[in-house]
Design a protein. Structure first.
Length: 467
């Protein structure tokens, strides 16, 4: 009996040990899953443009059409409505009143003074809305970029046949290209600017304002107000920043305003090409350029300041909560240029206070993008993925350039520019891709269906252009 009792006790002990072991293992797995459920996002310094922290000297100049007409200022003037022949507006914190005196004269009052403006007719030099202007061809001399091909051996990675993860490297000759500039006669496309009826008056700090009077086919008059003055800043490395007051309020850094990065003038013989690594040279950009690069520009004390808003959060060391909802399967998540895992059960993050841009990519859709901020006022953020337009993939192959820009325009209105990118989710339908590098651009139009891959061989395109 004692032997049997001992055997039963031993059996019970073994069974109890197994139960407790299984319980302990399950507990550890649960604890591990709970710990890995919430990932960590650390705020990293971002200054891809190199503009953050710069404070070049700046000043307001009176008339961009007199000084930089060749830049083709990207104006979209403000339409104004006179009520009982009166219109009120503010400029740089000061209030003004416009009065239609008669069919040929407008009076402006403000800042303790008044003046009468007589109607004038422009001589093809000013305009109020660039997008409505046609182009015309003129013969002129200017600097023209020419492609210079060259063969060079590169180390290229290839996916091993039959494998999805293993790669091998081979050394292959490929065509690279550079540009050579020549001063020559050319047929250039410029804006075809008509003559306009307008009124001109000058404000404080040398600001020049135009009021355009436009008649429709029935003789009805419409008026557009434009601040033709501009803000210009000069960098130590020779780069000039030209800013337009597009919404005509005396400030040059609002969301609707424009900036032009001038590195040289291709219309002047003694000027020479100078590359800008973060933007296209001599190109007008919307204010969204600053938002995408976490910059806030402002003019203060004779300087154009480029504040990097990410830097404002360093040293805070506080942690917020970030959660994603409705993430499609097989998606990728990139936050401030770093990829994170968002597979099942991994949609929560402990995130340092800061400002971030999240990009969610999934097959068959245009990328979902959003900018969010975690701080004392918003310690928790929940981002719900919203279905985007159907897309295919533009794959750019054999592009051996150190710095280039890819702009995609879709017939449905989509437009976006990417820096040094080879794989882009583009909307279905008809697209035009423009690859810009060192003053030269290559355009190609293509159509694409959802989940389709369109491969553009840059090297072959170069060979076609240079043979």
């Amino acid at each position: 009996m004692n032997f049997l009792r001992n055997q039963l006790q031993m059996f019970a002990a073994v069974k109890y040990f197994k139960i407790m072991r299984n319980f302990f293992v399950q507990f550890l797995l649960l604890l591990f899953s709970m710990q890995s459920f919430s990932q960590n996002i650390k705020l990293e310094k971002i200054n891809e443009t190199g503009l953050g922290g710069k404070k070049p000297s700046a000043q307001i100049k009176s008339n961009i059409f007199n000084d930089f007409a060749w830049t083709e200022p990207a104006y979209n003037a403000q339409k104004i409505e006179f009520v009982d022949n009166l219109y009120y507006f503010e400029m740089n914190g000061l209030s003004f009143q416009l009065t239609i005196v008669d069919s040929n004269m407008i009076e402006v009052k403000g800042n303790g003074s008044s003046m009468l403006m007589n109607k004038e007719v422009s001589k093809n030099g000013i305009y109020f809305d660039k997008k409505n202007l046609a182009l015309k061809s003129v013969e002129k001399q200017k600097w023209i970029a020419h492609l210079i091909p060259e063969s060079k051996v590169f180390s290229v990675k290839h996916l091993t046949p039959g494998s999805k993860v293993n790669y091998y490297t081979s050394f292959e000759p490929h065509t690279i290209v550079s540009t050579k500039w020549k001063w020559e006669n050319t047929n250039d496309s410029i804006l075809d600017i008509p003559c306009y009826v307008y009124y001109q008056f000058d404000l404080n700090e040398g600001r020049t304002l135009f009021i355009y009077e436009i008649k429709d086919s029935n003789g009805k008059r419409s008026y557009f107000l434009q601040n033709a003055s501009y803000l210009i800043a000069n960098d130590a490395d020779g780069l000039e920043y030209i800013l337009l007051d597009n919404n005509c309020n005396g400030n040059y850094t609002d969301d609707s305003d424009k900036i032009f990065f001038k590195s040289w003038n291709p219309n002047v013989k003694n000027s020479s090409f100078k590359r800008i690594n973060f933007a296209k040279e001599n190109c007008w950009y919307d204010h969204s350029f600053f938002n995408e690069n976490f910059l806030i520009p402002y003019f203060q004390n004779g300087r154009l300041n480029f504040e990097n808003v990410v830097d404002n959060y360093f040293g805070n060391n506080k942690i917020g909560k970030l959660r994603f909802k409705n993430i499609p399967k097989k998606s990728t998540l990139v936050i401030n240029n770093k990829e994170y895992d968002i597979h099942k059960g991994k949609n929560k993050f402990d995130c340092e206070y800061g400002i971030y841009k999240a990009i969610i990519s999934c097959n068959g859709s245009v990328d979902f993008e959003t900018i969010f901020t975690l701080n004392e006022n918003n310690p928790e953020e929940e981002i719900t993925y919203k279905k985007t337009a159907p897309a295919g993939i533009l794959q750019i192959n054999n592009i051996f350039l150190s710095n280039y820009f890819v702009t995609v325009k879709n017939s449905n209105g989509f437009q976006k520019t990417y820096l040094n990118t080879t794989k882009i989710a583009v909307p279905t339908g008809t697209n035009e891709v423009t690859i810009y590098f060192d003053g030269y651009q290559i355009n190609h139009q293509f159509s694409i269906n959802q989940n389709e891959i369109f491969e553009f061989d840059f090297e072959n395109e170069i060979k076609k252009l240079t043979n």
